[in-house]
Design a protein around this ligand. Structure first.
Ligand code: AMP
Length: 345
């Protein structure tokens, strides 16, 4: 079961890839562009309004898109899905996060297809002659590209920041089948490792039934959904779980009466279970923690308070000096040519 989002500027090939991957893995392909183009055939007032917006290259309102996607996802989240063309604004991405949160689901893969504007322009013009889409002419292409830069790129950046481990950048200037192969490779690889993981955990349970505590943990130890390294000391290995730092890791070991100089491979099943239980009962980690953080930030944003505004501007929230530092959040300093120094007198 895969839940996938495709990002990329118009013409980058996300629709083509989404279609091919949907056939390969038998996943429902939700293309908001296709759904809207189908709606245009109705010829009612809404269709006329949509036609005007889409043929100018602008984005259709968030409310319309959110309700379309919500109703489709209700029926299709269980078997996985491919989202193509959604979310395109930060408001849509928040909406999607909430739908998934409410159905205890999450996205598994995000593919961002990158391509430069010149290649893209030629591609869209070629497509317009083949598919006669009204939104494929030079002026509209420019508007659609600007919409992408102003809205959608911020959404993909948001996902890249939030879920770096499932975010894959792809080069859109490659041949179609080269890109498809890369995507299939990524999807099959993790599917295989999930399968190996299942077999190994089944083996682990079976062996521990024969002789409890005898099974050497030499190839994996899975805690809170994370495979922690087995060759490292316990207190270091635990910090591989999002939400557990050095101090918490040592606290967990102390509470579980485990010597922190032991390596994970030297732990027996009951020790691993003790750690698992402690983390499950007393700490918020991984997906739950990520969701909590994003809801907290959303609440601050909605309140419009100082910390919310600072989050929105991607600046430090706790009063740090930002004139010369805060480079992690603000990015690299850019020199402004010709800026004169203030002189006295
Ligand atoms: P696409 O086929 O994905 O390039 O979409 C074609 C057009 O449909 C876009 O230029 C928008 O006008 C509209 N559209 C598709 N998806 C969305 C979305 N998620 N939000 C707003 N407008 C959308």
């Amino acid at each position: 079961m895969h839940k996938i989002i495709f990002f990329g500027p118009p013409g980058a090939g996300k629709g083509t890839q989404a279609k091919l991957i949907s056939q390969e893995f038998k996943l429902p392909h939700l293309s908001t562009g296709d759904i809207l183009r189908n709606k245009l055939l109705d010829n009612d007032n809404l269709a006329k309004e949509l036609k005007q917006i889409m043929s100018s290259g602008n984005l259709v309102s968030d409310n319309i898109l959110n309700s379309i996607v919500e109703s489709r996802l209700k029926n299709e989240t269980t078997n996985g899905f491919i989202l193509d063309g959604y979310p395109r604004t930060l408001q849509q991405s928040e909406f999607l996060e909430n739908i998934l949160l409410n159905s205890s689901n999450s996205i598994d893969y995000i593919f961002n297809i990158q391509i430069n504007f010149e290649i893209l322009k030629n591609r869209i013009l070629k497509r317009s002659s083949e598919e006669s889409r009204e939104d494929d002419n030079i002026d509209v292409i420019q508007t659609r590209y600007n919409e992408y830069l102003n809205s959608t790129q911020k959404v993909s950046d948001f996902y890249k920041d939030k879920y770096p481990s499932i975010f894959y950048e792809l080069d859109g200037s490659l041949q179609i089948d080269e890109i498809t192969q890369k995507i299939i490779q990524i999807l099959k690889k993790s599917w295989k490792s999930a399968k190996i993981l299942n077999i190994s955990s089944w083996l682990s349970v079976w062996l521990s039934c024969i002789h409890p505590h005898s099974f050497p943990r030499d190839f994996m130890a899975r805690i809170s959904g994370v495979n922690i390294p087995t060759n490292k000391k316990v207190n270091i290995a635990l910090t591989y779980i999002f939400g557990i730092g050095n101090k918490t890791a040592v606290d967990i070991c102390t509470n579980a009466s485990i010597d922190i100089t032991k390596r994970v491979s030297e732990l027996n099943d009951s020790e691993i279970n003790k750690i698992r239980d402690l983390i499950d009962n007393d700490y918020t980690v991984e997906g739950d923690l990520r969701r909590k953080v994003s809801l907290d930030i959303k609440r601050l944003n909605d309140l419009g308070c100082y910390r919310g505004l600072r989050h929105r501007k991607k600046l430090p929230v706790r009063g740090q000096r930002t004139h010369t530092n805060a480079r992690t959040r603000k990015g690299k300093a850019v020199a402004i040519a010709g800026k004169k120094k203030v002189t006295k007198g």
